[in-house]
Design a protein around this ligand. Structure first.
Ligand code: DHB
Ligand code: MG
Length: 222
């Protein structure tokens, strides 16, 4: 099974079920033009996240890792008019691109981009008494994921859904000998989940236009 086949199937899914959207296409084009890495969610993944938000009836979302705002726009479009997305981005250049994309999408009123290290922003949010968020999407630097998850839990309530991207990493998640800090981050994240009685979770392996990876869905228990 070739990676080309995975891309072909993602193309098919996009044509059949997602279609093109001028705002999202423009966001990806502006991101590429500004030199952002091409690591945004695929359309199929982004629509899954959007649908999770809708199924959940989410009104407040916290995202870690804005990049160019592609997933941010998909998330904001899942919310009622008085909903909100708080999204954290380390890189001020990326945040500027995201802010322009969000503005063009007509969603600036729903989306608050916080620039700086995610840990600083998370501590600030906790200090302000922000949250609890209905949905949290963790998609920032991979080695930071365990700590981000712990803060996310503190910004949660029973019923909060926490989705984490890039957890399988070409299967390296199962490699106990890996020394890759990103893999170690995701293994540590799974150890936290395993020991955490406040959440019920599973991880799904995925293939597609971005290769072989996966995501974790965790539900904060009532
Ligand atoms: C990378 C980050 C991501 O969030 C992703 O989905 C794919 C790749 C990266 O940093 O390489
Ligand atoms: Mg990702």
């Amino acid at each position: 099974m070739s990676e080309q086949r995975w891309r072909d199937v993602d193309d098919y899914i996009e044509r059949q079920l997602i279609g093109s959207d001028p705002v999202l296409d423009a966001a990806l084009e502006a991101s590429a033009h500004a030199g952002l890495p091409a690591i945004a969610l695929t359309p199929a993944q982004a629509k899954l996240l959007h649908l999770i938000a809708r199924v959940h009836g989410a009104r407040s979302v916290l995202e870690l890792g804005t990049l160019g705002g592609y997933s941010t726009i998909w998330l904001a479009r899942a919310l009622p008019p008085d909903g909100s997305v708080t999204t954290l981005e380390l890189n001020p250049d990326y945040a500027r691109v995201a802010a322009a994309n969000v503005e063009l999408a007509g969603l600036a009123g729903l989306i608050n981009i916080k620039v700086g290290p995610a840990l600083d922003s998370l501590l600030a949010l906790r200090g302000e008494g922000a949250g609890p968020f209905d949905l949290i999407f963790i998609d920032a630097d991979k080695q930071g994921t365990p700590e981000y998850f712990e803060h996310a839990l503190e910004l949660s309530r029973p019923g909060t859904v926490i989705v984490t991207d890039n957890v399988v990493r070409d299967g390296a998640l199962a490699d106990a000998d890996s020394e890759d800090p990103r893999v170690l981050g995701m293994r540590r994240f799974h150890e936290l989940l395993a020991a955490e009685r406040r959440v019920s979770s599973t991880t799904i392996q995925t293939v597609g236009a971005k290769g072989y990876d996966g995501f974790t869905l965790a539900l904060v228990e009532r």
